[in-house]
Design a protein around this ligand. Structure first.
Ligand SMILES: Nc1ncnc2c1ncn2[C@@H]1O[C@@H]2COP(=O)(O)O[C@H]2[C@H]1O
Ligand SMILES: [Fe+2]
Length: 275
């Protein structure tokens, strides 16, 4: 497992984190997913974030960064991140190809760290829920053991837990067959660690904010196509791409906000039946 990224941020009363997720980039800038040019929508999201002029201590990328398994797609992801001063960490989604992801992002100066100490009071842990080649997720015994060890050896740090797949039903039954299959095992580990009060996902291409046995489970719009909430069958939404800001406070509380593009430029082809 990867090394620790230690961001000391001396004297900061709160920590600010930006989440970007499910960019589904291709090697070529002209390629599209369900009628949306994913490079252009990623660029538009980054430009909108820059225009917000908010301070940012860390960027977290929660998987499905590339659609086509190429190093070039990950390079395009990294090119976008390079326009920010903040460091970035990532975890894989079901569509990612980890050998290309790891090396292209590392070559571009993006850390493979899966544990971040951020300020004096918080840590962020990034899990790998990918089951290569299938859309659903599962946490291996290795991942669950690693999580338990990291929570055991820093009980004083409030913990934000990141993973690609949603551990609770989202309300879209077609997506819920692609959820985290062993959420019960994750719940069993977390029951012993009350310092984990927040979980953050990607994958479902929509905003979500649910209670999971006393923890807050958040999910975030993709930077490209959106899925319509509460649908039994695959259904695209015409709502704009987005991103999420999180502020982590010393007392263990978290404030968060989802933002979206104002532009209606990135509407998908709603007649598409999947990908
Ligand atoms: N029509 C469909 N029905 C069920 N699953 C789909 C359909 N189209 C795509 N998917 C899968 O559902 C996944 C949800 O988000 P992903 O971007 O991970 O990738 C998607 C595909 O792997
Ligand atoms: Fe996904």
């Amino acid at each position: 497992m990867e090394s620790l990224l230690n961001l000391s941020l001396a004297g900061e009363p709160r920590v600010r984190v930006l989440q970007i997720t499910d960019s589904h980039l291709f090697a070529e800038k002209h390629e599209t997913l369900l009628g949306v040019n994913t490079w252009e929508s990623y660029q538009a999201v980054l430009e909108a974030i820059r225009s917000q002029q908010r301070e940012c201590d860390l960027i977290v990328a929660t998987g499905d960064l590339a659609q086509d398994h190429t190093a070039a797609a990950y390079q395009l992801f990294a090119d976008g991140i390079a326009s920010f001063d903040a460091p970035c960490v990532w975890l894989p989604g079901n569509h990612d190809f980890q050998p290309a992801m790891y090396s292209a992002l590392q070559d571009a100066g993006i850390s493979p760290a899966k544990r971040v100490f951020i300020g004096e009071h918080w840590q962020i842990l990034l899990l790998d829920s990918q089951v290569f080649g299938v859309p659903h997720g599962e946490l291996s015994e290795f991942q669950l053991d690693w999580l338990e060890k990291k929570l055991t050896d820093s009980p004083q740090r409030h913990t934000l837990l990141l993973l690609h797949h949603h551990p609770l039903p989202s309300g879209c039954s077609w997506l819920d067959q692609h959820s985290l299959r062993n959420a019960g095992e994750l719940d069993n580990v977390l029951q012993r660690f009350p310092q984990v009060r927040y979980l953050l996902c990607g994958h479902i291409h929509q905003e979500l904010d649910l209670d999971w046995n006393g923890r807050r489970l958040l999910a975030t719009p993709s930077t490209c196509v959106q899925f319509k909430p509460h649908c039994a069958n695959f259904t695209l939404d015409t709502i704009a791409p987005g991103w999420r800001w999180l502020e982590l406070y010393p007392d263990g509380t978290l404030h968060t906000e989802v933002c979206r593009l104002e532009s209606t430029r990135f509407r998908p082809d709603t007649a598409s039946e999947g990908y």
